[in-house]
Design a protein around this ligand. Structure first.
Ligand code: BTN
Length: 244
């Protein structure tokens, strides 16, 4: 059962479309729903994801990593974010992965993702990676703080379908690393790609701002930061902000 690439012109959200499809029929692993326009694109923590019609890539891919314990679901974030970096590296430089799963060009966000995992007991069942990559959008009007598109970086448009297909090849090849038990190679690539990997930067948590350096990521996905006095802090997603 080969994965399908379903290209539709419009839907509310490709993640929702994929979940509805999964409820109705058997969907081969690796299948992708790709929409030219989302009327209600969903972002992290209930935000909306704005993307001009026909300009960018907004898609969702389903995997069935049933062999992965639920506490290793961060691997799917690493897979998805690193694969976008690998794609964009073919077109420009200065692409990094911002923990946990944004992709940045310099200090600006070029891609966001919403990964929704269903569990079956202690293990993962279906995992839907919903990915939005800003490709040909000339300008951003929404209230996202620091968006950028590949068009703004390169000064010309790119072929969306070509990048969609290139991405899927990269994503499947990296997923194979997990299937073959070589996930350490993937984790290594993810770590090497990280935004603000070296040196001290300003962060903010519930207690205020502080300077810290990256000190690692736990298998659960928690971020470890090291302060100048040598003390360490451990964060869950959304407990800490990166300050410019
Ligand atoms: C974020 O950075 O807040 C996450 C944005 C995720 C957007 C993508 S676009 C394709 C998929 N469908 C959605 O509704 N959201 C994700």
């Amino acid at each position: 059962n080969l994965p399908k690439l379903i290209h539709i012109s419009e839907t509310s959200s490709t993640n929702t479309y994929m979940h509805d499809l999964l409820a109705r029929e058997e969907v081969p692993e690796g299948s992708c729903v790709w929409a030219d326009f989302q009327t209600a694109g969903r972002g992290q923590i209930g935000n909306v994801w704005e993307s001009e019609a026909g300009k960018n890539l907004t898609f969702s891919i389903v995997l069935y990593p049933t062999f992965l314990p639920a506490n290793r679901q961060f691997l799917i974030s690493e897979l998805s974010a690193y694969s976008v970096k690998e794609l964009l590296d073919r077109y420009t430089s200065d692409i990094t992965v911002k923990w946990p799963n944004d992709v940045y060009w310099k200090d600006r966000k070029i891609c966001g993702m919403l990964i929704e995992n269903d569990l079956a007991g202690q293990n993962l069942y279906a995992s839907v990676s919903g990915i939005g990559i800003n490709l040909n959008q000339p300008e951003f009007r929404g209230d996202a703080p620091n968006p950028v598109s590949l068009y703004q970086i390169l000064g010309h448009e790119v072929d969306r379908e070509k990048l969609m297909k290139e991405f899927l090849d990269i994503f499947y090849a990296n997923y194979l690393l997990i299937l073959e038990g070589r996930e350490e190679e993937l984790q290594d690539k993810y770590l090497k790609s990280l935004y603000r990997k070296d040196g001290f930067f300003v962060y903010e948590d519930a207690n205020g701002r502080f300077e810290a350096a990256f000190d690692g990521i736990e298998p659960t996905g928690h971020l470890l930061l090291r302060l100048k006095d040598g003390s360490r802090r451990r964060y869950e997603f959304k407990e800490v902000k990166f300050i410019l």
